[in-house]
Each structure stands twice: as structure tokens, then as C-alpha cells.
Design a protein around this ligand. Structure first.
Ligand code: 5AD
Ligand code: SF4
Length: 485
């Protein structure tokens, strides 16, 4: 529907339609009228800035917000001195919340100079009642609060605020609906995230995501494939299939479909040259999926496989449903099927009750799995999760010392791993102009590793052959060989 919609043909003098997404297009049309008037008064276009915290899911959600804002008539800017600022928040670790509170202090100063300014908060942090209470109490200048489950209602929520001049709070505890065909504005013309599922049912004992993102629900394969076909027709060559646990995709559909089957369908789409996905939960990674990866020409040879801990004892308390041996077996199986695969992971230290011995198991897995890179985290206590109530929270100094040791190990191995492609010529998707090196562009290899090489901006969006001259820590310096798309 998006693309064929003509906002001028929507009769906004009537009552709003009941069905979605028609209802939201009606509110977009209504907001557009109001924004038009305001911008005439000011003698300039109104500006909007969306600031994203957190993961790729949030990044994709922000693209949806931007799509709606643009249709409403806002000019999108990266500058927070805007008429409308939206923070799409994260709450996976406490630091994420602290960052938002810090930035809000700064925003209040901007708002003091622009009384008409609107500030909206959405995303995972807003699904936590304690955070919302704190904002209502201490950050009274916020205008709009909504959550993860009703983000599709953005236009309606904004309209409510424009009409009422009072704080609008619209929060749902959960949802089982997925609204298709809303506008979306991609950040990159040549690559795009594609949601294949929402929510998470795994309830790892440290994790707040199942509480703030709700129950697992998959989009229908037809909707996903149609979206990717539209993206391909619009010049997208790389898609990243997104879900908290893509390996359990399709289980709750009326006609269940496996993730591996979905991938085979995506592979058939003309124009799509690279397929990535995240995140894979080790407990659900099937032989069928490994086989599809092995035989695919488009699926990137990269797998993000969060281990969290190497200790079977801790993994059990984390409710991860695999142990160290099973994880390492999976790694061997994948490496055998796809020999040059680039493995990445998430690792946490300082989970309640973690002993030195448990930590040594984590280091052991790092050494055996040999990750190309790893996101390392210090365990953060999230109110409401089972782990928050566990005794034996680990003292800060012990956690910090383990974290530093882990980081050193991860970096040493990553530096060794990256050298394995040195001297080879591989394909890179050129993503942007290099910010530091004059005359250079930056591309991503199939493995997800970055390469910088001499080239013009007009290469952006193209897949080219690059000789990897030198591995420098986490990236390569290369040289473009012969153009090939
Ligand atoms: N503390 C620290 N890290 C966490 N993660 C999830 N919850 C927590 C927490 N409470 C990490 C996990 C997950 C990644 C997205 O964030 O490693 O894979
Ligand atoms: Fe959190 Fe576990 Fe779900 Fe990942 S799989 S989002 S870590 S509960």
C-alpha cells in the first residue's frame, strides 16, 4: 500500500477509519495539515530528529518513525535543535537508561529556547513502569511517551498531542498484532533491515527483552518476501533479517515455516545479492539452517551466535538451554560446513554466582570458538528479571578484572583471526565515504569485516573486488581491483 497512497485523497473531515493501516494514513494526513500551517507561521519547514539507542531492531523502528514524520511534512535532521525530537530508547543494560536521562537534561535546555519544541520518548525503556514514573516526576517537559507494541500508532499519538497540548502517554502491556504496509524511510539506499519476527519467549534469566518486547510473533512469509522484492526493486542489494531469535522463526504461524525455508525463498529474489540475519540462539540453530548456509550463494558467511557464558553451570541458571559442550559442537559443525565462516558473539561477565572457574570456562570457549569479534558486556541487574533477585551478585572490582581479561583475550584472537584473509581479493559492498582518510571509501566484506580503500563516492552501494593489503586490528586497508557487480 505504501507508495500508492495519496494523502490528498483522504477525507479528513470524516471520522477516522477503524482498520489499520488506513487509520494511521488518515492521521498522517491530519498531522500534515497542522504541520503545514505551523510551518507557514514560522516561514520555514518544521524539523524532526530521531535519536536511536540500542539494537538493530530499534534502528529499524526508527526508520519507520522517520517514514511517518516525512509524510507528515517534517524535514528530517540529525541536529537535536529541532522542532520535534524523538528518543527511541533501549533498556537492555542500566547504562542505556542512564544515557537517556543524561541526554534529556541536555534536551531540556534546548526546549527552554524553543517553547514549541516537542519531545517524544518511545522504545523498550518506556515499557518499564518505573522509568515512566521517573520521567513523569523529574522530566516534566516530555510531551509524548509510547512503547514498543503500539509504535505503528505513531501518527495517531502525535495527532493527539498536537490537538491537546498535554502529555500524551500511550502504552500497551503486550500485543499479538503486526500491522503491515506502513511507511518507512531507509537510512541506506542499498541495504535494509527487515523484521521477520518480534518479541522473545526465551526468558533468559538476566534479560529484560521478553518483558519489554512481548511475546514472540512472526510475520507471514508472504509479507516478508513482498517487502524484500519491493526493496530489491528500489535498489537494495543487501538485507539483514531481524529478530531476537531468528532460529525460531515461523513456529507460531498458522502454517508453520522454518527459518531455513524462509531463507531459501529470500535467496530466490532477483537483485538481492547478500543476506544477513541476527540474532541466532544456539539452542534453536538447526542442521537444516547450517545446510542452507552451506549451499547458499547469497547468505553471508557470518554468524552471530551469542554464547553469554562458557560455564555449563551458569548457562543453566541463565536459562539458555544449551551447555558448553553443545555450543562448541555447534561451532565445529558450522566451521566444517562453512570453513571460512566469521563467527561473532555476545559474552557477559559477572552474572550472579559466577566463580573464577566459571569465568575460566568462558575464556576457554573464546579460545576454542575463535571469534572474529565479540560484544562483551558486564552483567547489569534488571529489575523484574529472575537474576535480579539472585543472591551472590558479584563485587564490582572482581567483575571489572574479569571483564578486562576477557577483552584482552577477545581482542588478541580477533587480531589473529582477521589476518587469515590478508592478501586475498574479496568482494566488498561499498557503504560510505571514509570520514578520516581523504579519497577513501569504506566497505563491508561478506564476513562483516570493514575494509577501507581508495575510491570515489559514486561506488557507494556497489559490490567491488578489493585486495586486502593489510589487516589492522579490526579492519583492513585494501585496494580496489576490478569493478564487478
Ligand atoms: N546485562 C548485561 N548484558 C545483557 N544482555 C542482555 N541482558 C543483559 C544484562 N542484563 C546482553 C546479552 C545479549 C545482548 C543483546 O545484550 O549478551 O545477547
Ligand atoms: Fe534476551 Fe535471551 Fe531473548 Fe536474547 S534470547 S532477547 S538474551 S531473553
Amino acid at each position: 500500500m505504501f507508495g500508492s497512497i495519496d494523502l490528498d485523497r483522504i477525507d479528513i473531515s470524516q471520522n477516522p477509519p477503524k482498520n489499520e493501516p488506513e487509520r494511521q494514513y488518515y492521521y498522517i494526513a491530519k498531522c500534515r495539515k497542522i504541520i503545514e500551517e505551523k510551518s507557514r507561521e514560522k516561514g520555514r519547514p518544521l524539523t524532526a530528529c530521531v535519536n536511536t539507542f540500542g539494537c538493530q531492531m530499534n534502528a529499524r523502528d526508527s526508520e519507520k518513525l522517520i517514514g511517518i514524520l516525512e509524510l507528515m511534512g517534517y524535514k528530517i535532521t540529525e541536529d537535536e535543535k529541532a522542532d520535534f525530537v524523538i528518543y527511541n530508547t533501549c533498556t537492555v543494560r542500566e547504562n542505556a537508561n542512564l544515557k537517556v536521562y543524561g541526554r534529556l537534561g541536555y534536551l531540556s535546555n534546548i526546549k527552554k529556547k524553543n517553547n514549541d519544541m516537542l519531545i517524544a520518548l518511545c522504545g523498550c525503556m518506556m515499557q518499564e513502569p518505573s522509568a515512566v514514573e521517573k520521567i513523569k516526576k523529574s522530566y516534566g517537559f516530555v510531551d509524548i511517551i509510547f512503547g514498543t507494541h503500539n509504535i505503528f500508532k505513531f501518527a495517531e499519538i502525535v495527532h493527539n498531542r498536537l490537538k491537546s497540548d498535554r502529555l500524551v502517554i500511550d502504552l500497551w502491556e503486550n500485543t499479538d498484532i503486526i500491522i503491515e504496509d506502513l511507511p518507512v524511510e531507509r537510512k541506506y539506499s542499498f541495504k535494509s533491515g527487515v523484521n521477520i519476527m518480534f518479541g522473545c519467549d526465551n526468558f533468559c534469566s538476566y534479560c529484560i527483552v521478553p518483558y519489554v518486547r512481548g511475546r514472540e510473533r512472526s510475520r507471514k512469509p508472504r509479507d516478508i518476501i513482498d517487502e524484500i522484492k519491493r526493496l530489491a526493486a528500489d535498489g537494495v542489494v543487501e538485507v539483514m533479517l531481524l529478530g531476537q531469535n531468528v532460529n525460531s522463526y515461523g513456529k507460531t504461524l498458522e502454517n508453520p515455516v522454518s527459518f531455513a525455508e524462509l531463507l531459501k525463498e529470500v535467496e530466490k529474489i532477483d537483485g538481492i545479492k547478500r543476506i544477513r540475519f541476527m540474532t541466532s540462539h544456539p539452542k534453536d540453530l538447526s542442521d537444516e539452517l547450517i545446510d542452507v548456509m552451506k549451499n547458499s550463494k547469497k547468505i553471508c558467511k557470518q554468524l552471530h551466535l551469542p554464547v553469554q557464558s562458557g560455564s555449563s553451570r551458569i548457562l543453566k541458571i541463565m536459562n539458555r538451554k544449551y551447555d558448553k559442550e553443545h555450543y562448541l559442537e555447534l561451532v565445529s559443525k558450522i566451521r566444517e560446513a562453512v570453513p571460512d565462516i566469521s563467527l561473532t558473539t555476545d559474552i557477559m561477565v559477572g552474572f550472579p554466582g559466577e566463580t573464577e572457574e566459571d569465568f575460566l570456562d568462558t575464556l576457554d570457549v573464546v579460545r576454542k570458538a575463535r571469534y572474529d569479534s565479540a560484544y562483551t558486556f558486564i552483567y547489569s541487574r534488571r529489575t523484574g528479571t529472575p537474576a535480579a533477585a539472585m543472591e551472590e551478585q558479584i563485587p564490582k572490582a572482581v567483575v571489572k578484572e574479569r571483564f578486562d581479561r576477557l577483552l584482552r583475550e577477545v581482542q588478541t584472537i580477533a587480531n589473529e583471526q582477521i589476518k587469515r584473509f590478508e592478501g586475498e581479493t574479496l568482494k566488498a559492498l561499498v557503504e560510505e565515504k571514509n570520514g578520516q582518510l581523504e579519497g577513501f571509501v569504506t566497505g563491508k566484506l561478506d564476513s562483516g569485516i570493514t575494509v577501507h580503500f581508495k575510491g570515489d563516492e559514486d561506488l557507494i552501494g556497489r559490490i567491488v573486488n578489493v585486495k586486502l593489503l593489510e589487516a589492522k586490528g579490526f579492519y583492513y586497508i585494501g585496494e580496489m581491483m576490478r569493478e564487478k557487480d
